[in-house]
Design a protein around this ligand. Sequence first.
Ligand SMILES: Cc1ncc(COP(=O)(O)O)c(C=O)c1O
Ligand code: FES
Length: 478
Amino acid sequence: MLRIIPRSILPGQRVARAFAIRKYATAKVAFDVPLETHTDLQQANKELADARDNSSEVVESGTTALKHAYQENTGFGTRPIYLDMQATTPTDPRVLDTMLKFYTGLYGNPHSNTHSYGWETNKEVETARKHIADLVNADIKEIIFTSGATESNNTALKGVPRFYKKTKKHIVTTRTEHKCVLEAARAMKNEGFEVTFLNVNEFGLIDLKELEDAIRPETCLVSIMAVNNEIGVVQPLKEIGAICKKKKVFFHTDAAQAYGKIPLDVNDMNIDLMSISSHKIYGPKGMGAIYVRRRPRVRLDPIISGGGQERGLRSGTLAPSLVAGFGEAARLMKQEYSADTEHIKKLSEKLTKGLLAIEHTSLNGSPDHHYPGCVNVSFAYVEGESLLMALRDIALSSGSACTSASLEPSYVLHALGKDDALAHSSIRFGIGRFTTEEEIDYVIKAITERVEFLRELSPLWEMVKEGIDLNSIEWSGH
Ligand SMILES: Cc1ncc(COP(=O)(O)O)c(C=O)c1O
Ligand code: FES
């Protein structure tokens, strides 16, 4: 029966048509008979899924969700071990489970308040909001959904200063923020605001005294990230919050890499705004939130104008499947917190110990203020890019921005005072809920062997082994 469905129609239509065809085939009114209720659609979907699994034609086209979920080969060879958790995390299957019903029966617009389609979706949206708020001790009314931490950071960095611009035209942030904060701050500079970029010490930590001195009567916002995405350093949020409270300025933190992974309490830490991303906590991509304090109220100019959804702070119809997936991901972060933390810490310690056992390696960031799921190591006398090439069986990212077109080494490592060579030879390892001990064992062994191999090819390494101090050499040219 499936074979008579044209391939060009969309999956949703396919479901509807398959159902209609089956139900009304004898009456020969196949395509124009509407479905009665969404329960019918769900039933039809189930039947179609069952049929699909038995149909070689559809399996070949590779459209089933499960086929993608367990796909081993996406056309780029055998997939490597995934250790790039700061870039994104795999979707937890329980999250996907929560999301699926929004692509079938629960299709109502959550903002429709005149019928049950709207109410039933809205109920799910509010449940998700509660899970997200709970994790940081916020009120549900303080969570505004966005498309991700980039949008949340833009909302904070642009929205707050624009609202208070008549009297307050100064922003404080740091040099090691994510690009979206740095770029948003730069955009505000172009709008006539002043921005102070705080330095960090060799461990990546800000100096609290320097922060206090940087705040002026016309400062409206301090934006300091919670966990750094390159080196995993955790800033002293509670102390920063106390300073901001004392100085009466709003405190925004980019918690994309921290939310659900370290203890965060917006009240205890006096955080006024917080950016959160769903895809860093095993939720769907393209989804996030911004926490905006209500008491005392933080005012901001929305960066998106429209129908006034999300308390007028972020217009546009929500994507309920993404919202619900995000909510479930947050609920799971709370439920699994102890298990995740213990697991990640154990693997992180093993990996760090294994990598630092290689000579001339060093850990970047602060050993004492550190999220263990992000391990950044410099391998002296090895070019980072060559190492990444030699490690194609492991999905990693060099700490440097060299993956971008700029070919510049990491600005974060530079801010820590690392020289270009060391910044270029750094690699970030991201460990998460689904990383296994076997994977870590493999990675330690592979890196040890390949660093040794690459160093054997390096003339610098030869000189180091001969005891020549490389700093004493005057290089010509370059
Ligand atoms: C610290 C930090 N901020 C912001 C972002 C951007 O998040 P999103 O991908 O949700 O826009 C990321 C993700 O790379 C991040 O690591
Ligand atoms: S690590 Fe890529 S250019 Fe140095």
